[in-house]
Ligand binder design. Structure first.
Ligand SMILES: [Zn+2]
Length: 466
């Protein structure tokens, strides 16, 4: 143990001095860290607002971020188009504080904005129509293919109709090519360039037809006229039969070029034949038949058609040459009078059965059709009272005769009715004339016989051979 113990105060002083130094050092260190954090945080409140050609694109956090996005955007544009581009937009970066709620552009949005909003230009080949640049292609070779390709399509579509010889195709405007600097957004391929020349725009706007829509309604909702819609959709044949899901073009074509053409069109005109009728007293009316079928005559007609943009503008008659004459049809008409027995029926109109009673495809034919000429007399098959004389849906003009004892006969598709309801008729009285009214494809008599409200086969009332 030391008799002269060390001065405790001096050692304490040393220790206190060390602690102070440590604290000061710590405080400075801590302040530096906090200060740096605060500085960084302060810095974060500042962003760079990007203005492109006077329009705000958005904000980025640093100049470097913008430079990187620009380089990447230019590179991807060049790779996509296969051309080198020059930036023609005026870009300004302004250091500002981020407003409350505002965010800097995400890297994805930034990349998209660079490609979409910046005006990158490149040297392209313009297709000019009467001195106006209307569309731009990558190479002169491509540009020079556009018009010939349009004319080739045009020629093909004319020739698609047989018997057509294209005589001339001319374009009224002067179409040429020239090298220009143009925005890359205008770059077109051959197909698009063709569309621009033919439609006057590269815009495509369509309307998909929904259930219950009419052309008139669509036109109104799109601020167009029905005429506009028809001109924009020339392939639309029947404006009353829009299909659900059908696509309608909403832009009326206003072509940059005017194509004039002439073609020689040769076609066959068919000439009708006459029918000679030979009466045969040995045949029942329903045994009538075509002895020799008629043949249409044929004439070859040549016309010259002038068109503007495919629309026919005039047609000039050139010649008409007979190819073959029509041959008459010979018809044998059975005139043997059917001896109506008591209660028997007479044949209601001249001609044979063209469609019998019974199943016809998926439909039950409730009567028989007699191929009687238009206008021939329709006779009451038996005496009775007229219970109906007028129009009835698919039957057209219809006469119904009640013969008593539950027997009723129907005469349909008449052109003329010459009896009225309540009138009494005798067997063989004229009820009207054969026609094609109602659901009918040609002149004939549809004849039904009903027994106790049940349509039965009328031919069972006549001798066989019908
Ligand atoms: Zn029928």
């Amino acid at each position: 143990m030391s008799r002269f113990p060390a001065d405790p105060s001096s050692s304490r002083r040393k220790s206190i001095a060390g602690t102070r130094l440590f604290i000061v050092g710590f405080v400075i260190f801590a302040l530096a860290i906090v200060g740096n954090l605060v500085w960084q945080d302060y810095q974060k409140q500042f962003v760079y607002t990007v203005m492109v050609d006077g329009e705000v694109l958005g904000s980025v956090s640093s100049r470097q971020e913008w430079r990187d996005a620009l380089v990447a955007g230019r590179k991807s544009t060049e790779e996509r188009l296969g051309v080198s581009v020059i930036l023609r937009s005026q870009v300004d970066l302004t250091r500002t504080r981020l407003a409350a709620g505002e965010k800097v552009l995400s890297s994805q949005t930034l990349a998209q904005a660079v490609e979409a909003k910046l005006n990158f230009v490149t040297e392209l080949v313009a297709l000019t129509v009467d001195g106006k640049d209307v569309t731009f292609l990558r190479t002169e070779e491509e540009a020079r293919q556009v018009l010939p390709s349009i004319l080739q399509d045009y020629r093909k579509s004319l020739a698609a109709r047989g018997g057509t010889e294209v005589l001339s195709i001319t374009v009224l405007e002067k179409v040429s090519v020239r090298r220009v600097e143009a925005p890359i957004s205008r770059l077109a391929d051959i197909q698009l360039a063709k569309r621009v020349l033919l439609r006057g725009t590269d815009k495509v706007e369509t309307h998909v037809v929904a259930r219950g829509e009419s052309l008139w309604g669509i036109a109104k909702s799109r601020s167009l006229t029905v005429d506009d819609l028809r001109r924009a959709n020339p392939e639309l044949k029947n404006i009353n039969s829009l299909r659900v899901g059908q696509q309608l073009n909403l832009i009326v074509a206003n072509p940059f070029i005017t194509i004039r053409s002439t073609e020689r069109y040769t076609f066959v005109r068919y000439l009708p034949f006459v029918e000679t009728v030979r009466e045969a007293s040995s045949l029942w009316p329903w045994q009538s038949y075509v002895e020799k079928a008629g043949v249409y005559g044929r004439n070859q007609v040549v016309v010259e058609i002038a068109r503007t943009n495919a629309e026919e503008t005039s047609r000039t008659f050139i010649s008409e040459q007979p190819l073959s004459s029509p041959a008459a049809q010979a018809f044998v008409l059975g005139t043997k009078v059917f001896p109506a027995k008591a209660g028997g029926l007479i044949w209601p109109a001249p001609g044979r059965i063209t469609s019998p009673y019974g199943w016809r495809h998926s439909e039950f034919h409730r009567g028989m059709d007699l191929g009687a000429p238009y206008g021939s007399s329709v006779l009451a098959c038996k005496g009775g009272t007229i219970t109906f004389a007028g129009w009835q849906g698919g039957y057209g003009r219809l006469v119904i005769v009640d013969h008593g004892d539950g027997m009723v006969s129907w005469y349909a598709h008449l052109s003329v009715i010459s009896v009225s309801e309540g009138q009494a008729v005798a067997r063989g009285d004229t009820l009207g004339q054969v026609g094609s009214s109602g659901r009918s494809t040609g002149a004939h008599l549809h004849f039904e016989v009903h027994l106790s409200d049940e349509a039965v086969n009328p031919s069972t009332y006549y001798p066989p051979g019908g």
